[in-house]
Design a protein around this ligand. Structure first.
Ligand code: BGC
Length: 763
């Protein structure tokens, strides 16, 4: 298999020539076919409602798709991961197509294909663009090896409301961190050349605003002010586009009353016009068809015409695509054929750049070898180590260096399926290291490890739409006796030096269509924790999650809490590395951790208005501050920040002239006993100007590794990009003449501060 699938990289002119020579031979139906992407499902459970709406019989879905392939009416397929199958379906596509145009295969490679990385919110918690890029490069390598050319990732939707289950797929609440994580993922997936046998097209999603669903209810409408859109929700998309993303996926919901998938302002004006995006846009699943459901189109022909007219090039469909009606729409004068041609050009160009015409098939032996590469597991382990966030460590209970015996408690501790989290389909369950396994492997014969689930796994009652692929859940033994099992867990905890309790959400409680109105531990988990704590044995709580949970009781009563997220295939091994101190936790929260669901949505980056002194007491029944602030994360060591300064001159305050750049430096010292990482975070606050600006905004971060006693200088630059913001009154990007406070430290409450004055051209 050649590294580069095209015979050298094609110039833009060569790509254009090849596109045009195909396009001029194509009929209207063939053009519409190129714009149609079908799921290829072999195992869909019957669903009367969906089948009626989509006018598709799930049991016949594969046959229907194959018939379309034979007619040359399909441009792309999704949900096929077996290399023999991608080859077979590719052959059908090419043979069925008069012009021999291959299909582009897409898939949700969200956090790994075979080797499962920590979930995306965990990757973001690493605040480590390098490890994120390396992780997604592994995912790309595995995906491309089996015949997948394009991933529906990264999800770059900002999420400030953890009731929304898809918070697990993104980078949390902050636009600056979100942009950095988005760019790192795009680079990891795409590398330098899409024609490489190791890379795939990245498809940042869901454009745009999807994370702000009303009430945190997935798919519900989104109403965002101009200021929130430009300053908060769009920057990660812009960063992904600037990093070269080849695709963008639309969103399901209405944005300010217009469906995102039919939103010409979003797709044509902002994405293409202002940002210069040159790739292709895919709809979310059924979202063009759904334009009719939204009441945005009278029928499917109008839905198709409005979708493609708005700038959506490819329709993702299970059945009955609206784009099948595009030829009729052109013939009826509802759609200019030139608009259709533009969309077809984008799809053909992507296929040409990927090298699909030269090499449409994959080598199945190579695929097996790539999937088995042990180096991939090492990357997953490093990513899990770097993602964990130490929320609390009273009395330095962690790391467990001297424990003679350990009781591991909780069904999640030994659940392979939950360890790898949502949005995985092609994993090999036997490769997954659970927390229990990781602890046992780590201790070997040195210390006894006992285990009791304490409560039933079958408390997993949440009906997830993804459970049709769900398997490998732990099975409760016949005759499970709740009271006896709880007693057994408590007895094991009492007899051990330390109890390690693993609690959190079952992985099927989070992800798409998995919103919750409550953030508590599910089922009897809190009662289990309380019973174990009552034994008096020191307790380490490991939280397995993709959203913040209600930790109020634990934060008061449990000395050590480590957030391990859904840590992936090597999760248990990485967790053992952390628990026993081979590695110090260095992750930081990518969201403000609320105390209770009643506080959400929540962000550290809010503005100030009337009675700011009462900002922390906006509710009479609960503080309005977070339980743990954005950016929080402890370490086995401790850090000191000093010598914060800028390179500006000035008599009272240093002055930054219009358009200039200031360099900010700070010294970070490891004042504790261990080698450890710290994420130095820089926040700004604009004191006054022509709009209210947030009390703090993240504008720089660096993860640095320090030996005990070591000091390092961290340097940050602030210029136009960091100081500019979208001003809703001016309806433009603005830099105000103002004074800017700079804060440096290990979380968003950092106190070390300096300031500088900004002069503008008018001053
Ligand atoms: C999700 C997308 C996903 C697509 C394909 C949709 O339901 O919203 O994020 O990429 O399905 O699986």
């Amino acid at each position: 298999m050649p590294e580069d699938l095209t015979s050298g990289l094609l110039t833009d002119t060569e790509v254009t020539q090849r596109v045009e020579s195909l396009l001029e031979q194509m009929s209207l139906a063939e053009k519409a076919g190129q714009l149609t992407q079908f799921f290829y499902f072999n195992n869909l459970p019957p669903s009367q409602d969906i089948e009626e709406t989509l006018r598709v019989d799930f049991s016949q879905q594969p046959a229907m798709v194959e018939a379309e392939l034979a007619k040359g009416h399909v441009g792309s397929l999704l949900f096929v991961t077996d290399p023999a199958e991608t080859n077979r379906l590719q052959r059908l596509t090419i043979e069925g197509n008069r012009l021999g145009i291959p299909a582009i295969f897409g898939f949700d490679v969200i956090h790994g294909l075979r080797t499962i990385l920590p979930v995306p919110i965990a990757l973001a918690a690493s605040w480590d663009p390098d490890v994120i890029e390396r992780g997604q490069a592994v995912a790309a390598r595995e995906a491309r090896a089996v015949g997948i050319h394009w991933t529906f990732a990264p999800m770059v939707d900002i999420a400030r409301d953890p009731r929304w289950g898809r918070i697990v797929e993104g980078a949390g609440e902050d636009p600056y961190l979100g942009a950095a994580v988005a760019a790192a993922q795009v680079k990891g997936f795409q590398g330098d050349s899409l024609a490489s046998a190791e890379r795939v097209i990245a498809g940042p999603k869901h454009f745009a605003g999807y994370g702000a669903a009303l009430g945190g209810r997935d798919y519900d409408e989104v109403n965002l002010s101009d200021s929130e859109l430009w300053n908060v929700y769009l920057p990660p998309f812009k960063a992904a586009v600037d990093a070269g993303a080849g695709n963008i996926m639309t969103a399901y919901m209405d944005l300010n009353g217009i469906p995102a998938t039919g939103n010409a302002w979003l797709l044509n004006e902002v994405l293409r016009g202002e940002w210069g995006f040159e790739g292709f846009v895919v709809s979310d699943a059924q979202a063009v068809h759904n334009l009719r459901t939204h009441g945005f189109a009278a029928d499917l022909a109008q839905a198709g015409a409005r979708g493609v007219g708005a700038g959506c090039d490819l329709e993702m469909a299970i059945g009955d695509p609206a784009f099948a009606h595009l030829p009729a729409a052109v013939e009826a004068g509802m759609l200019d054929e030139r608009v259709l041609d533009t969309a077809v050009r984008r799809i053909l160009a992507a296929k040409i750049r990927l090298g699909l015409f030269e090499q449409p098939y994959v080598d199945e032996d190579r695929a097996r070898a790539v999937l088995a590469d042990p180096a991939h597991r090492e990357v997953a382990r490093a990513a899990a180590q770097r993602s964990a966030v130490l929320l609390r460590n009273d009395g330095g209970l962690l790391p467990l260096t001297g424990a003679e015996s350990i009781a591991v408690i909780g069904p999640l501790a030994d659940s392979r399926r939950d360890t790898i989290g949502p949005w995985v389909f092609d994993y090999d369950s036997t490769e997954t290291v659970t927390v229990l396994q990781g602890i046992r492997d780590h201790l070997g014969d040195h210390a006894p490890v006992t285990y009791a689930p304490g409560i039933r796994s079958a408390q997993r009652t949440f009906p997830s739409m993804f459970d049709m692929w769900g398997d490998n859940y732990p099975v409760d033994p016949e005759g499970f006796d709740d009271a006896a099992e709880l007693d057994r867990a408590v007895a094991l905890a009492r007899d051990a030096d330390v109890a390690v309790v693993v609690l959190g959400e079952w992985q099927n409680m989070i992800g798409e269509a998995a919103s919750r109105s409550d953030l508590g531990f599910p089922g009897d988990q809190l009662a289990l924790l309380q019973a174990v704590c009552a034994t008096g044995t020191p307790v380490v709580l490991l939280v397995m999650n993709g959203r913040p949970l209600d930790l109020r009781w634990a934060a008061e009563h449990v000395p050590a809490i480590l957030d391990i997220w859904y840590p992936g295939s090597q999760g248990g091994a990485a967790v053992a590395d952390l628990v026993f101190g081979d590695v110090s936790p260095g992750g930081k929260l990518p969201f403000s951790w609320p105390r209770t669901v009643g506080q959400v949505p929540m962000t550290y980056s809010h503005t100030v208005s009337h009675e700011p002194v009462n900002q922390a007491r906006r509710y009479w029944d609960e503080a309005s501050t977070p339980l743990f602030p954005f950016g929080h994360g402890l370490s086995y060591s401790s850090f000191d920040y000093s010598d914060l300064s800028t390179d500006l001159q000035g008599i009272t305050t240093p002055v930054l002239a219009a358009g200039g750049t200031v360099t900010v430096t700070v010294t970070v010292t490891n004042t504790g006993p261990t080698q450890a990482d710290e994420v130095a975070q820089l926040y700004i606050h604009q004191r006054h100007g022509t709009a209210s600006r947030p009390v703090r905004e993240l504008k720089g971060f660096q993860r640095i590794s320090l030996a005990p006693g070591e000091s390092r200088q961290a340097t940050f630059r602030l210029g136009r990009d960091e100081l500019t913001y979208w001003n809703a009154a001016a309806r433009d990007w603005v830099v105000d003449g103002t004074t800017v406070d700079v804060y440096l430290g290990g979380d968003s409450t950092a106190e070390l501060t300096t300031s500088f004055t900004v002069t503008t051209a008018q001053d």
